[in-house]
Design a protein around this ligand. Structure first.
Ligand SMILES: NC(=O)c1ccc[n+]([C@@H]2O[C@H](COP(=O)([O-])OP(=O)(O)OC[C@H]3O[C@@H](n4cnc5c(N)ncnc54)[C@H](OP(=O)(O)O)[C@@H]3O)[C@@H](O)[C@H]2O)c1
Length: 279
């Protein structure tokens, strides 16, 4: 069983939400931390809280991970501080909600840059060092949205499908080595994920981020390839495209998301929804 005690873990998107929960749970299990996000004040507050509560070393580093130059600078800063990363938690993520063609192109692009390109860069840069050292771990936070198309969250689900496919392939490339990769697939989780959107989550169907973080880390410690840290109800969602033709599954999910009002949802930047399928 993998032990988190004494390792150094880098958690992206640790200023709030699931990333903050991963950071607390890792510290509770004895890990030292490097925390990354854009909001310096929030990040420093999380770091101070963890130091006070768990007494571990916590280094907050501010970076916009959609900027290749800032990713390079982040790695250089890790080197300058002589931090060796044993566990990378690619958690930072974002997404747009609502009809794709009337949603903000800039938001779609930046969320894919974060969910896909930043994850790819960090996995390559830090994973390469783990392979050279002969040990390490990477947890890529995907979603139950990774397993099927999601009309009205089209680019988000597609970006998470990338994370799932990429992670499984990389895990196979690394099989037999001491570097392990796992994808985590939370369901709806009670974070600020929808704060920049008119969409809301039904609190009756959301999990606590602390619970999701703990289950993710338990699964990684046991050597899982995929972790489903949400409530049991979410798991069958990941089977839909195994049970139904893809076109049928897409129609079903589209209907479900319309019933949840996602066809009327929009980012809170003044973009108005104009979905032709909206009833
Ligand atoms: N909440 C859910 O229902 C749910 C379900 C399944 C999967 N997930 C996944 O879980 C992960 C965490 O989501 P969450 O719900 O915790 O979202 P959240 O509350 O919105 O937090 C997102 C985190 O990412 C950071 N971030 C955003 N853009 C960034 C950038 N360009 N560079 C660096 N950091 C950036 C944010 O910090 P700053 O703004 O300070 O940069 C924040 O710390 C995501 O990958 C998401 O797709 C969430």
């Amino acid at each position: 069983m993998y032990s988190y005690s004494g390792i150094t873990a880098l958690v992206t998107g640790a200023s709030k939400g699931l990333g903050k929960a991963y950071a607390h749970e890792l510290a509770r299990r004895g890990a030292h931390l490097v925390l990354v996000a854009r909001s310096g004040d929030a990040l420093r507050e999380v770091a101070a809280g963890i130091r006070a509560e768990h007494g571990t070393d916590v280094t907050p580093l501010v970076a916009d991970l959609t900027d290749a130059g800032q990713v390079t600078a982040l790695i250089a800063e890790l080197d300058r501080r002589e931090h060796t990363i044993d566990l990378l938690v690619n958690n930072a993520g974002a997404g747009t909600v609502g009809p794709f063609l009337t949603s903000s192109l800039a938001r779609n692009v930046s969320s894919v840059e974060l969910n896909v390109i930043a994850l790819l860069r960090l996995t390559h840069l830090l994973g390469g060092r783990m392979a050279d050292r002969g040990h390490g771990g990477i947890i890529n936070v995907a979603s139950i949205a990774a397993f099927q198309t999601m009309p009205y969250q089209a680019s988000y689900a597609a970006s998470k499908a990338f994370v799932l496919s990429f992670t499984e392939a990389l895990a196979e490339e690394l099989r037999g080595t001491s570097v392990r990769v796992m994808a985590a697939h939370p369901g709806a989780t009670d974070t600020g994920f929808f704060d920049t959107s008119s969409a809301t989550m039904n609190p009756a169907f959301t999990d606590a981020p602390e619970h999701v973080a703990a289950k993710t880390l338990d699964a990684f410690a046991k050597g899982a390839l995929n972790s489903y840290p949400g409530r049991a109800l979410f798991r069958p969602v990941t089977w839909i495209t195994r049970l139904l033709p893809r076109a049928t599954a897409t129609r079903l999910i589209g209907r479900l998301n319309r019933s949840l009002g996602l066809h009327r949802a929009h980012d809170l930047d003044g973009t108005a929804p104009q979905d032709p399928a909206a009833g």
